[in-house]
Ligand binder design. Structure first.
Ligand SMILES: [Zn+2]
Length: 347
């Protein structure tokens, strides 16, 4: 990107009501067969138009073709039984009924590559594509085969690497891995979590990102946040390892959260996607509020490495609120861009 402060979103965006029930996670599709395929393509066109219309610089698929950011990917793998569901505690926080790993996991065929090609054909903007990270994948299923979180994570890292290489070949500019689990299992992150992530990006020439947040704006997450105290220092546990890793960008939650902004200093040298939009709140930020968050972040990240973004995905929000928030993000970034030295923009 030559433009300073290029804007993007963390990942998911609301789906049109004719595709799936709005403002809901794991929302079932309203159509099936060929009609569903066509509707997903239409939704990709709509989400792209809304991002471009709002002035978002790095666009995404808004996860319009997936029911959930983790389970849809897992659904496409061999070795996972979707009929054998078990209730597990996700992120050590809430119970969910999830599929079971019953044998060796492998990727039968590409999962999102056709969707990525479709999106690539519709736009000249840079594209970011989100995949679940290995640790978050193992934390969103029941393992009845490997008996080791680490072992299964390495298997997923290999599978994700295959998918990421094909996404890159399809014209994706940034491949992102979502790792909310990095904010919970610190010891595992440092033991093997970051190493698995590096396996997932092995051999990629495109940019690579990791998104670490405090989750969607659902009740289980907002209740959890209330227990975290006045300063959220979770990032402190993982940033040093990430700073030393091969990942290019780190995507964070900042606006309205209790994360001390100076923790970003621990990532010095990395590009930082600064969350300047709260996804747990339906109030649309003003451009000035967005700008204030970005100005604070600029104390700890160089301007040419700051990527204004949302705190997390916006799937649980209404489309009108999400549109408003995207526009505020673009307008807030523009306010700060104008304050930067003209010489920087010319570089
Ligand atoms: Zn998130």
């Amino acid at each position: 990107m030559t433009k300073l402060l290029p804007t993007s979103t963390a990942g998911s965006l609301p789906k049109p009501s004719w595709l799936a029930e709005p403002e809901k996670l794991w929302s079932p599709w309203k159509l099936e067969g060929d009609e569903l395929v066509a509707a997903k393509h239409d939704a990709l066109r709509v989400t792209l138009a809304e991002q471009e219309g709002a002035g978002i610089d790095i666009v995404s698929d808004g996860e319009q073709t997936r029911q959930h950011f983790v389970t849809t990917f897992i659904e496409h793998l061999d070795g996972v039984d979707f009929n054998r569901r078990e209730t597990v505690r996700i992120r050590d926080r809430y119970d969910a009924s999830v599929p079971s790993v019953v044998g060796p996991v492998s990727r039968r065929k590409p999962v999102f590559v056709e969707d990525a090609k479709f999106l690539r054909a519709q736009t000249d903007c840079p594209i970011k594509w989100a995949l679940p990270g290995p640790m978050t994948m193992i934390d969103t299923l029941h393992d009845a085969h490997y008996g080791s979180r680490e072992k299964l994570a390495w298997e997923f890292a290999t599978i994700l690497n295959e998918e990421a290489r094909e996404l890159e070949a399809a014209g994706v500019d940034i491949v992102q891995f979502d790792e909310p689990a990095f904010n919970v299992f610190f010891e595992e992150v440092n033991d093997w979590g970051v190493a698995c992530l590096e396996k997932a990006i092995e051999g990629l020439a495109c940019q690579t990102a990791v998104h670490i947040c405090y989750g969607y704006g659902i009740k289980a997450n907002t209740d959890w946040k209330k227990t975290l105290g006045s300063e959220w220092r979770q990032y402190e546990q993982t940033f040093p390892k990430l700073q030393a890793s091969n990942i290019d960008l780190v995507s964070l939650e900042c606006h309205n959260s209790h994360v001390p902004m100076d923790l970003i200093e621990l990532l010095r040298g990395k590009k930082v996607m600064v969350g300047a939009i709260d996804v747990a709140n339906t109030a649309v930020e003003t451009p000035e509020e967005v700008a204030a968050t970005l100005r604070k972040a600029l104390q700890f990240v160089d301007a040419d490495k700051l990527y204004p973004c949302t705190n997390c995905g916006m799937t649980p929000l209404s489309r009108a609120v999400a549109r408003g928030k995207l526009a505020a993000l673009a307008a807030g970034a523009e306010l700060v861009r104008r304050e930067l030295p003209a010489s920087m923009a010319a570089e």
